[in-house]
Design a protein around this ligand. Structure first.
Ligand code: RB5
Length: 148
């Protein structure tokens, strides 16, 4: 599995911790920035990560900003990106099983490093269940295609 990572300044520190975990678990990733804590704009890094996932270069994306909200809103503007802002491991599991989310968004100013790592691990290891959820995702795709 290949992971595209991105953050703004407020998510930088947690992203560094996520990178350490990915390296330990020998999961391939690319960090699309930000590369330091200088103030920057979260849509820029969201765009880089979501474009790379949609281009098929990466299987999934992980984004971190301060609250997670700005990156989550931005990511979900991309057709084919299903981004989930997650604060707990239960939701991390459910959003993979039920929503087949392909981008995880974390809140660097809210979620501590240990919990952030646990959320990412749960999200990465959980498979989509399909079945009854597929018709619901199909409805999302229909709505997506209506919004020109
Ligand atoms: C940056 O100050 C902050 O607005 C950003 O990280 C994020 O929380 C936006 O939703």
């Amino acid at each position: 599995m290949r992971i595209a990572l991105g953050s703004d300044h407020a998510g930088f520190e947690l992203k560094e911790e996520l990178k350490r975990t990915l390296s330990e678990k020998k999961i391939d990733y690319k960090d699309f920035g930000a590369y330091n804590e200088e103030s920057c704009d979260y849509p820029d890094y969201t765009e880089k990560v979501c474009s790379a996932v949609l281009a098929g270069q990466f299987d999934r994306g992980v984004l971190v900003c301060g609250t997670g909200i700005g990156m989550d809103i931005t990511a979900n503007k991309f057709k084919g990106i299903y981004a989930a802002l997650v604060h707990d491991t239960f939701t991390a599991e459910m959003t993979r099983k039920h929503n087949n989310s392909n981008v995880l968004v974390l809140a660097g100013r809210i979620t501590g490093k240990t919990l952030g790592v646990e959320i990412m691990k749960k999200w990465l290891e959980t498979e989509y269940e399909g079945g009854r959820h597929e018709k619901r995702l199909e409805k999302i795709r229909k709505i997506e295609n209506k919004n020109l």
